[in-house]
Design a binder for this molecule. Structure first.
Ligand code: R5P
Length: 316
């Protein structure tokens, strides 16, 4: 990549150091040095171990378990950088925490995604760089600039290497219809849509209908994330029962919470293509999962932010 001015620094929280390292390798700079000490009362001390005065600093931290720990670690790091006189600090959060808590759809609950946005700004973030927000309006929660990247072009570029002659893109739920349309357009494939009904907060996401032609087809389910896997595994059975030839899935965020990894092994979902916005524990990996690195996209976006060029043009 192009040589950069020396005042760009990238630091990593403890959530996904491998991704931060890959981003640095793409940019061609060493990972910034910081140390963390945990006291017996569980307080954290984070110290930036190199000069960042007047530097353009990026901190990579994603929302994976232990989630609360990682959030607090990021907030303390941002504060440390501010007090170390960094010129500008960007929180790079590939998978945004609490993104599903984006509305007050029950009485007396928090809009936690909005709270996260406020906490980031209060802690010292001047900007946020994130990927595939659960709902695009979360961008509006920020009082600071927030750039949202998408993993869809990279997933499509990978999928184009496969034989897609009998494939139909299937949106795993109505909320995913717009993104599924992007997959269908980029891959020049037909689109079908599952009408999913969720009953309560748990895994009870049940497909009710499918709109579109899936009989005899290789269905490619697309979604922004796989959490418990309820959505994708139920959709897989639903599509196979209605005559689909095979079902695979392409998803940006591999949350893989609860028993998702185990269920994936047992499911009839043929293959799961995901990105590395979250680390996947070794025990959760299987031959069904293919992980695509988005480090090149993140590195390019960081360099564009650093030199003041357009970020949105990267994805048009
Ligand atoms: C829902 O609105 C999202 O697009 C995903 O379908 C959902 O978050 C996946 O969750 P799970 O894997 O637990 O069904």
């Amino acid at each position: 990549m192009t040589p950069l001015s020396s005042n760009l620094k990238v630091f990593s929280g403890s959530s996904h150091p491998r991704l931060a390292q890959e981003v640095c390798e793409q940019i061609g700079i060493p990972l910034g040095r910081a140390s963390t000490k945990r006291f017996s009362n569980e307080n954290l001390k984070i110290r930036i171990e190199e000069n960042v005065r007047e530097q353009d600093v990026f901190v990579v931290q994603t929302a994976c378990p232990p989630l609360s720990e990682h959030i607090v670690e990021l907030l303390i790091t941002l504060d440390a950088l501010r007090h170390a006189s960094a010129k500008r600090v960007t929180a790079v959060i590939p998978y945004f925490p609490y993104a599903r808590s984006d509305k007050k759809d029950e009485p007396r609950i928090s809009i936690s995604a909005r709270l996260m946005a406020d906490l980031l700004a209060t802690s010292g973030a001047d900007r946020v760089l994130t990927m595939d927000l659960h709902s695009p309006q979360i961008q509006g929660f920020f009082s600071i600039p927030a750039d949202q990247l998408t993993g869809v072009p990279a997933l499509c570029a990978r999928l184009k290497k496969d034989d897609l002659s009998n494939t139909v893109i299937v949106a795993a739920d109505v909320g995913e219809a717009k993104d599924a349309g992007r997959f269908a357009k980029r891959l020049e494939l037909p689109l079908a849509l599952i009408d999913k009904r969720r009953y309560g907060d748990d895994e009870n996401a049940k497909p009710a209908h499918v709109i579109g032609d899936i009989a005899g087809k290789d269905c490619l389910l697309v979604d922004d994330e796989i959490a418990t896997g309820g959505t994708l595994f139920n959709a897989t059975e639903f599509l196979l029962e209605r005559g689909a030839r095979s079902v695979s899935a392409a998803v940006v965020h591999p949350v893989l919470s609860g028993k998702a990894a185990e269920k994936l092994r047992a499911s009839r979902l043929k293959r799961l293509l995901v990105t590395n916005t979250l680390p996947i524990p070794i025990a959760s990996l299987s031959e069904k999962i293919e992980v695509l690195s988005l480090a090149p996209q993140l590195a390019t976006a960081i360099m564009h932010i650093h030199d003041g060029s357009s970020v949105s043009e990267l994805f048009t």
